[in-house]
Design a protein around this ligand. Sequence first.
Ligand SMILES: NC(=O)c1ccc[n+]([C@@H]2O[C@H](COP(=O)([O-])OP(=O)(O)OC[C@H]3O[C@@H](n4cnc5c(N)ncnc54)[C@H](O)[C@@H]3O)[C@@H](O)[C@H]2O)c1
Length: 278
Amino acid sequence: MISSTRLDGIALVVGGGRGIGQQAGFSLAEAGAEVIVFADLNEESAVSTAEESKQYASNKNYRTASIKADVTKADEVQNMVDFVVREFGRIDYCVNSAGIDNGVHTPVADTDIDNFNRVIDVNTKGLMLCIRAQTAAMRRQQPKMFKSRSGERDIGRGAIVNLASANSFAGLPGKMCYTVSKHADMALTKMAAMDHASEGIRCNAVCPTWVQTPLLDIELQKNPQVQAEIAAVVPIKRAAKCEEVSDAIAFLCSPAASYINGTSLVIDSAVTTTIRLH
Ligand SMILES: NC(=O)c1ccc[n+]([C@@H]2O[C@H](COP(=O)([O-])OP(=O)(O)OC[C@H]3O[C@@H](n4cnc5c(N)ncnc54)[C@H](O)[C@@H]3O)[C@@H](O)[C@H]2O)c1
């Protein structure tokens, strides 16, 4: 392992109770994070994930905690960030993975307004509230230095990684609400990167297509045809494993990524770069 991909700081994983967020926490633990706080609307899953993370931790001082938070509520998001700073002193890495997809396919003309509001509320306003509170906390802490082969470099005050999507760049028929929310998530990522780079805060996004999560398993049980659709559209012929996304998240948090800011790391085996002829 290149030493600059090792972590040693304090992490907050929002939406960390399940799916990609859960695996992101495990990847950060493996990479050496000293503390991981798992936040989720579902408190039970955050508690059990925090416990499970201990088996993956490589830092001998590893500690973990969990907190219930609804990302759509500004006071709960602030409380979540304040909790990490109060208990552990600072926040070095934030992963924002809370998100929903209605599972419904409808053309734009049939959009259900309540559904549109709900998806935007969680995926976009929720992400904005998280980034807002996280950058505000990070800008108050001291920057860190990293000792590399060529000497020391400033790696800044903190790194944020957001779960955007391949739908941040391309639409999926019938998926307007989700696609709009994920385009906006990429804009939020770029804006935070731009506004806070001079304060030593990096903000990037990972943009996967289909990932093998519990949600996909449920969809496959309901509609096994989805497996064939994935095989037809995805050049590698399968959904991504969660770790294939979460390990990239750990990289973006690490000193190895200290000059990477405002970027979208598309993790799609070339789905979005392929023009399909048949
Ligand atoms: N799974 C995929 O194929 C895929 C692909 C591209 C992008 N993404 C994005 O990755 C992120 C995670 O997806 P996933 O598949 O792991 O989903 P998931 O449903 O397995 O996990 C999401 C977690 O977020 C939590 N959550 C939901 N609403 C919340 C709220 N209001 N406040 C706090 N926590 C909340 C849930 O309780 C859950 O633990 C989402 O933003 C999603 O849009 C997923």
